[in-house]
Design a protein around this ligand. Sequence first.
Ligand SMILES: Nc1ncnc2c1ncn2[C@@H]1O[C@H](COP(=O)(O)OP(=O)(O)OP(=O)(O)O)[C@@H](O)[C@H]1O
Ligand SMILES: [Mg+2]
Length: 253
Amino acid sequence: MTGEHVIHARDLNVYYGQLHVLKDITVAIPRSKITAIIGPSGCGKSTLLRSFNRLLETMDNVRLAGSVRLGPQDVYAPGVDVTLIRKKMGLLAQRPFPLPMSIYENVAFGPRLHGIRNRRALDRLVEDNLQLTGLWSEVRDRLHTPAVELSIGQQQRLCLARGLAVEPEVILADEPTSALDPQSSRRIEECFRHLKDRYSIVMVTHILRQARRLADYILFLYMGELVEHGPAEQMFNAPRRELTREYVQGVIS
Ligand SMILES: Nc1ncnc2c1ncn2[C@@H]1O[C@H](COP(=O)(O)OP(=O)(O)OP(=O)(O)O)[C@@H](O)[C@H]1O
Ligand SMILES: [Mg+2]
């Protein structure tokens, strides 16, 4: 898939019951870059992320209006295969949730589900995706032991490998390092830097230093509105809006 942008949201509005949590969001997410969604707690960051791959509709009090496109595809069009959408845009959650099976089976799970049966092909996929997340050298001798025996940081990289194994276009990550120690957080950040050539990454973070270290592009949300978005360099050093300046300088939080 080519094109400068991977996701387009247009006039997106989201309500939880009476609560209007996302207001007229129109934005394009750059391809093969790391985009960070920043803003104060409760401003709608997770909601925006989850609107991209239709994870919001797992809740029953949600209403969404407007459109989201992945490349040319209208994500909310009638008849769209939601499973396929979520395969193309996998979510890495705040905490790792390894499946209750071995390290190997965690990574092979998605490919198996999508019809890959050949043992050699699966072995290859497991190794490649564990390599991508820097886990291979750490776990190659214990691939068939339970995934839950890994450290939390390793489990998070395993969950990333599991998501990558189904060949997504976009990795959505909601505060993916918030449950991790600093060193494990750095490992995830390194993974993202390596992965961004092949995948577009959209991450929520409330850590401004992390956004500065990692992000190429920034979306600043405040009380459900997209106040400003732009290249990270501009957003941190020469924001157009006073509110953005106050937020990135830590005057408001
Ligand atoms: N299932 C829900 N039902 C009702 N209100 C909700 C629900 N989920 C979130 N909200 C509310 O919607 C608003 C946006 O929530 P959201 O989780 O998107 O914010 P956030 O920016 O991710 O916050 P945080 O930084 O604390 O994770 C908040 O006011 C929140 O309380
Ligand atoms: Mg959140």
